[in-house]
Design a protein around this ligand. Structure first.
Ligand code: FES
Length: 132
């Protein structure tokens, strides 16, 4: 994948849950990487899949929609856990997020950012995440 500087900054902001200022002033030290999450057919049933949690994201299937949500708490960056009801919980300070990534209980105030996804030529789900 080849990105020009503008695309890189926009993508970095999206993955890093937003930039504080104009895109041109965004930090560029973050490095987005394309991660193969396996065949999209592995995520056929509705629900939250946490097999990629250690890579920093959850896969969410909702009908025809297949998305990726950051698995990193927006409060102080602890790793979230997926709950049986498809919500997300942070054990560090107790923040919770609904299945769409919206904050339902603080101290976190920012929703979980969705990560850019695509399906490659082999039918695999590819997620653009930040290398950490
Ligand atoms: S790091 Fe998640 S609630 Fe503080």
């Amino acid at each position: 994948m080849s990105l020009n500087r503008r695309e890189f900054v926009i993508l970095s902001c999206a993955v890093a849950s937003g930039c504080a200022g104009p895109a041109e002033n965004a930090p560029v030290s973050l490095k987005p990487v394309a991660i193969d999450a396996g065949p999209a057919s592995d995520y056929a049933a509705d629900g939250v899949y946490d097999r990629m949690r250690d890579r920093g994201f959850f896969i969410v299937r909702k009908g025809p929609s297949l998305t990726a949500l950051s698995a990193i708490c927006t409060h102080r960056k602890c790793k979230l856990s997926a709950e049986p009801d498809h919500s997300f919980y942070c054990k560090c300070h107790g923040s919770t997020f609904d299945p769409d990534g919206k904050v339902t209980e603080g101290p976190a105030t920012r929703n979980l950012p969705p990560l850019p996804t695509s399906i490659d030529e082999h039918g695999h789900l590819v997620v653009l995440a930040i290398a950490g």
